[in-house]
Design a protein around this ligand. Structure first.
Ligand code: ZN
Ligand code: MN
Length: 489
């Protein structure tokens, strides 16, 4: 059809994840955030002449663990290369990285999409390298350099260009954060720059029956999920507009690098992209190659856990939770563990899920901690679940009880319910008397119910509300509804 334009979005992602080792990648300086500038440095990470790097075994093992979780093939033999470039925050004038023999390659990650669907995104490679320092730009005509971060272990992960929407790009980033946190290899704290994203974006456009590709744009150094998603959204529209106006294609345009302006929410051209040969990669003569033995790899593999996305799907199938609730429960490993312990103590899964996702997570967010840090015990939550199932307390009362438990974690929910008169009235005889009173006081509503018309439902709700009011909210609404139905036919 003439004039019709359709397009497909193609996005690949490069992600840098800071590993939470105690010391740096090639020296014994501490990896610590927020310390006074240049207080965590030594001759090695300062790039002094004549010093030699020593590999951090923990960093190598953490990297392999993530690579295994990403279903990658682990290389038997991997080496270190120097990636040369001059920056004030990289005093050696080269970054130790991995070029042609990365420690892992050829894997995939399963990402959750809406309504419980998942999509598999290919992983090209994952390799280890060291981070650079930070350039600071205080007011005035000068800049400063803080080298505390120099030499921090970074895992670089490169995906296939398998993502086809901003939402998929975000889903991958969030899933990767969940994975590295589950494995305990990174805090993955965005605010501290523990995860940085660089999407490669272009479009495949079909115009008048012909196919065109727009030039690939790499957006550098995004450090929030929002910036990542918004920058991809922006680039899609910008590339489409540019193509329609100028007809530029991947053949005529070539790759370029753009930055993200967080305030204006636009990408800004930085430079035409350099090629790998500009970096003059060559093997680092100061470091020995790494050879993985089967025993070593088995040992690392034994530290893998059930992948969070598998856990999420299992909660939907096994406990009949919604995909959304299962996602909330499995966002943090300790919360998911807590949930499973409650279920193991005969806590009803649906009730346990409600208490954790609605009450405990709210309290935890207010305190800025995890659910397990609230110090409310598994057995008390399991007991509260049973009280809900048997109708001893209402859901509203359960919320009150969890709030009281926060202040007095030693008190049993049973005792709290008695002390605060939160036990639900389920005694049919007692409730019947109250229902009779309410019916006598509200003849109009009774007529409305009996008329069987449109007003029935509303009138029934009104009568139920009256009973709840008379009992100060302690009547079991289920029992009251049954009595009402019996009396009013
Ligand atoms: Zn150092
Ligand atoms: Mn890198």
């Amino acid at each position: 059809m003439s004039g019709e334009v359709q397009y497909k979005v193609v996005v690949g992602l490069e992600i840098h994840v800071q590993l939470c080792t105690k010391s740096k990648m090639f020296c014994s300086c501490a990896v610590e955030f927020g310390r006074s500038p240049n207080s965590r440095v030594c001759p090695v990470c300062l790039g002094m002449p004549g010093v030699l790097p020593v590999m951090n075994r923990q960093a190598v093992e953490y990297a392999v663990l993530v690579a295994m979780a990403l279903n990658c093939e682990i290389a038997e033999h991997t080496k270190w290369d120097r990636k040369s470039y001059y920056y004030p925050d990289l005093p050696k004038n080269y970054q130790i990285s991995q070029y042609d023999l990365p420690l892992s390659s050829n894997g995939y990650i399963e990402i959750p999409l809406e309504q419980g669907r998942t999509k598999r995104i290919g992983i090209i490679r994952a390799h280890l390298e060291e981070d650079a320092g930070k350039n600071l730009h205080p007011s005035g005509n000068f800049s400063q350099v803080d080298l505390n971060r120099t030499g921090t272990p970074l895992l670089e992960i490169v995906t296939q260009p398998d993502m086809s929407s901003p939402a998929e790009v975000r889903a991958l980033a969030v899933e990767l954060q969940r994975i590295v946190r589950y494995l305990g290899v990174s805090e993955a704290d965005m605010q501290k720059g523990h995860m940085r994203f660089e999407p490669n974006i272009n479009l495949v456009i079909n115009k008048d029956g012909k196919e065109y590709k727009t030039p690939i744009v790499e957006v550098k150094n995004l450090n929030s999920f929002r910036a990542l998603e918004r920058s991809v959204e922006y680039e899609i529209q910008r590339q489409l507009d540019e193509f329609l106006q100028t007809g530029i294609t991947i053949e005529t345009g070539g790759k370029s690098t753009r930055g993200w302006d967080d305030e204006r929410e636009v990408t800004v051209l930085q430079r035409e992209k350099e090629e790998a040969h500009d970096y003059r990669y060559f093997p680092d003569p100061d470091l020995v190659p790494v050879e993985f033995t089967g025993q070593w790899l088995d040992d690392i593999r034994s530290r893998l856990c059930e992948p969070p996305i598998k856990r999420q799907v299992r909660y939907v199938n096994e406990y009949k939770l919604s995909n959304y609730d299962a996602g909330v429960l499995t966002a943090e490993r300790s919360t998911a563990d807590f949930f499973e312990e409650v279920v193991a103590q005969d806590g009803d899964p649906k009730r346990a899920c409600n208490i954790i996702t609605q009450d405990l997570l709210k309290l935890a967010n207010e305190k800025g901690c995890s659910v397990v840090d609230l110090e409310i015990t598994v057995s008390h939550i399991a007991e509260l679940c049973k009280m809900l199932v048997t109708g001893v307390v209402s859901a509203t009362a359960a919320t009150t009880i969890t709030n009281i438990m926060l202040a007095s974690p030693d008190k049993r929910p049973q005792d709290i319910a008695h002390e605060h008169s939160l036990i639900q009235k389920s005694d049919a005889g007692e409730l019947e008397t109250i229902v009779d009173q309410v019916l006598a006081e509200n003849p109009k509503a009774v007529d409305d119910v009996k008329s069987g018309g449109k007003k029935t439902k509303k009138a029934l709700g009104f009568l139920l509300g009256q009973v709840m009011q008379k009992t100060k909210g302690q009547a079991n609404p289920k029992v009251v509804s049954q009595i009402l139905a019996k009396k009013l036919g």
